[in-house]
Ligand binder design. Structure first.
Ligand code: GLU
Length: 451
């Protein structure tokens, strides 16, 4: 059987790192097992789903590099949910309910105040045909619930191991609303069967849904002969550095915001692929490099901590080893098309974001404010600058000559030169920067004549 997995975001908001992790793990599982990766937009909630979010999801997935093999939108598949609804009605598993939201809320509150779980009392099952006709005659339209079996639900979770859910703790789920629109619980299960999903990999906030959906898969199998239920894997949700839910920070941790902040997609993928495992987080240049090491057995049960600072560190580490060929196009887009490989190799170890390259290009070729600590030494050093062409040996030859002429050495020699040439105390090796700065500019900076 070919492995089929899906990432199924609802286009009701932007994707954040938590979603990206689920998407990545699905993608890796598909790639590792020669399966297909479906991107499905769960957009049956027509009030909250927005095209703008759907577009952003596609953009973010492409940016992460998580290419899908197949694509589906639930709003295109309403006829499938209608067919399943009719089959479930015919098999007696779907029953009409007429309570208003207000009435349901009252029932819920009354159960909770008595210390009971807020489980639907199935009052609608006791309605006679006459009572139903009267309700409908009075203009009430039913919503439809799945009649759950009484037994417990068990499954073998790829992350959580054997799972067991008490049937008595489950409320009959509403699958279809008053206006006939299907709810996620139904549409998702119908799609998972129709679209060949063998493994449902999602966050552990869906464990209760799984208990219900396993029963729904069985009901669909009995009503339509379609199935079987997929295998499930529930990943613990990410928490923030203090152990709290990450959801409060979703705005700042949206993929869009991280992209705008200059975070590399492979920094995100590298971190997320190993978060929650005992493996060290190393920067990987390509998604393909993550496939081999991927295994659910490596994921623990504890909620992994997501620390934005760790992401920044991985981002910097990734840039430090990024070959020129992989970044040339993006440097061009930053207006650094002519900067070249020598420039990139000189500065990549000193940046945290790609856009920092602009500052170093300004140090090499632009206007900076050089810090001239010792004018006499600057004049002397300038007079000793050799004739061009320069290469990466020029620095040591020149500073050797300056040391001989001034008697300075070590930090006392190098720091004033660095500050005069770059305007900064720290930065890339000067033997690499000096040829990029060039003789005329170096001389001007050393003598305080120009930036
Ligand atoms: N649309 C659901 C969500 O975003 C999908 C859950 C699932 O993977 O089944 O939470």
């Amino acid at each position: 059987m070919t492995v089929g997995v899906r990432f199924a975001p609802s286009p009701t908001g932007r994707l954040h790192v938590g979603n990206a992790r689920i998407a990545l793990v699905n993608w890796l599982y598909a790639r590792k097992h020669g399966g297909t990766f479906l991107l499905r937009l769960d957009d049956t909630d027509t009030e909250r789903s927005k095209q703008e979010h759907a577009d952003a999801i596609l953009r973010d997935m492409e940016w992460l590099g998580l290419a899908h093999d197949t694509f589906a939108r639930e709003s295109d598949r309403m006829d499938r949910y209608a067919a399943a609804t009719e089959a479930l009605k015919a098999s007696g598993r779907l029953y009409p309910c007429y309570e208003t939201p207000g009435e349901l809320e009252l029932k819920r509150k009354s159960l909770l105040t008595r210390g009971l779980p807020p489980i639907y009392d199935r009052a609608a099952l006791k309605l006679t045909a006459d009572e139903r006709r009267k309700l409908e005659g009075d203009g009430h339209r039913p919503h439809w619930r799945l009649k759950l079996g009484a037994g417990d639900v068990a499954w073998d979770d790829l992350v959580r191991g054997p799972c067991h859910f008490l049937g008595a703790h489950l409320s009959d789920p509403v699958l279809v609303r008053e206006d006939g629109r299907p709810l996620y619980t139904l549409s998702s299960a119908v799609d998972d069967i129709d679209l060949g999903i063998t493994h449902v990999i999602r966050g552990e906030d869906h464990v209760a849904n799984t208990a219900v959906q396993i029963q729904l898969f069985q009901a669909l199998f009995e009503a339509m002969g379609r199935g079987p239920a997929p295998v499930f894997a529930h990943l613990p949700l990410l928490v923030d550095a203090s152990g709290g839910a990450l959801s409060k920070r979703f705005g700042s941790l949206s993929l869009e915001t991280l992209r705008d902040d200059g975070i590399e997609p492979m920094a995100i993928n590298s971190l997320l692929a190993h978060l929650g495992t005992a493996d060290p987080v190393e920067p990987f240049l390509h998604l393909g490099d993550l496939i081999q090491g991927f295994d659910f057995k490596r994921f623990g049960r504890a909620a992994p901590r997501f620390d934005p600072r760790e992401l920044q560190q991985v981002n910097a580490k990734l840039l430090h080893v990024l070959p020129y060929a992989e970044v040339a196009g993006r440097l061009e887009a930053l207006g650094l098309g002519g900067a070249g490989e020598a420039f990139w190799l000189a500065i990549r170890g000193n940046i945290e974001r790609l856009s920092d390259a602009r500052d170093w290009w300004a140090v090499c070729r632009g206007a900076i404010a050089p810090a001239l600590d010792d004018a006499a030494m600057g004049e002397k050093a300038a007079s000793l600058l050799p004739a061009e062409p320069w290469d990466d040996k020029t620095w040591s030859q020149w500073t050797g000559a300056v040391a001989a002429a001034t008697g300075l050495k070590g930090k006392a020699l190098f720091m004033p030169l660095r500050r005069a040439l770059t305007g900064r105390d720290h930065g890339p090796e000067l033997k690499s920067l000096l040829p990029l700065i060039g003789r005329a500019r170096a001389a001007a900076r050393l003598t305080g004549k120009a930036a």
